[in-house]
Design a protein around this ligand. Structure first.
Ligand SMILES: C[S@@+](CC[C@H](N)C(=O)[O-])C[C@H]1O[C@@H](n2cnc3c(N)ncnc32)[C@H](O)[C@@H]1O
Length: 238
């Protein structure tokens, strides 16, 4: 077995041509990923869970008793962490989650298989939430088509819709965390978030793969709907 650059033993997959190269590379990456192994040991459904753990360990927005919406939740790592930190399993906080895909039950998490972009999704989510929430999380990643421009528009569109939804449902002081990609195309989004939230920053947790352009936008201290400036008025940037 070969060693990687950190001296760890590296597993290579010999598929004798039975696997496509992309599948072989994916399998090798999974087998050699320390976060995948750690997630298995910790009983977490995804390595993605560590990204939320890292962000919340630093910024402390998942507090006992609060309500959280998790958009793009499957297979459930973020929901597991949110449910644990707010105390949803003990009936204290509340976690509402949706995904295009099915998600096996998590105690304390109210889940619906739903396309966030479907016209009826916001109303269904509002009914599940039953009031304003403290935190909106979005780890949604749009399926890619391979056409760069189309993919870029889809990615940006998804996060912009998530941000608009967050502004509709968050309590004043609330937090919005969303996956974005490092393309510079989210400048408009950041401008809007800076208008509606007290602090806005980009974070790249150590558990987010170094070779990925993925990062997260973290907006804290929602100013409340009344504070939002009409779209055509100039916005002062901090
Ligand atoms: C990276 S995964 C989320 C991983 C999750 N945070 C975890 O910890 O297990 C992204 C998810 O976003 C979902 N997704 C993408 N577009 C969506 C949409 N329009 N509506 C709902 N879910 C969507 C995908 O189905 C996928 O399960």
């Amino acid at each position: 077995m070969a060693k990687d650059t950190t001296g760890r033993l590296r597993v290579t997959v010999k598929s004798a041509g039975r696997l496509k190269l992309s599948s072989k590379l994916w399998l090798e990456r999974q087998l050699n990923d320390p976060y995948v192994a750690q997630a298995k040991r910790d009983g977490l459904r995804s390595r993605a869970a560590y990204k939320l753990i890292e962000i919340d360990d630093k910024y402390h927005f998942l507090k006992p008793g609060i309500s959280v919406v998790d958009l793009g939740a499957a297979p459930g790592g973020w929901s597991q962490i949110a449910a644990k930190r707010v105390g949803a399993a003990d009936g204290r906080g509340k976690v509402v989650a949706i995904d295009l895909l099915e998600m096996p039950e998590i105690v304390g998490v109210d889940f619906a298989q739903l396309d966030f972009l479907h016209a009826e999704a916001p109303a269904r989510l509002l009914a599940m939430i039953g009031g304003k929430v403290d935190v909106v999380l979005s780890d949604m990643a749009a399926n890619t088509t391979g056409h760069r421009k189309t993919d870029q528009l889809r990615i940006v569109g998804l996060v912009e819709d998530a941000a608009a939804f967050a502004c509709d449902v968050l309590k004043p002081g609330g937090t919005f965390v969303a996956k974005v990609f490092q393309s510079g195309a989210d400048a408009t989004l950041v401008t809007q978030l800076k208008r509606d939230f007290v602090t806005v920053k980009h974070v790249k947790p150590a558990s987010s793969r170094k070779d990925s352009s993925e990062r997260y936008v973290l907006a804290m201290g929602f100013r409340g709907i009344a504070a939002a400036t009409p779209e055509d008025e100039p916005v002062a940037l901090s």
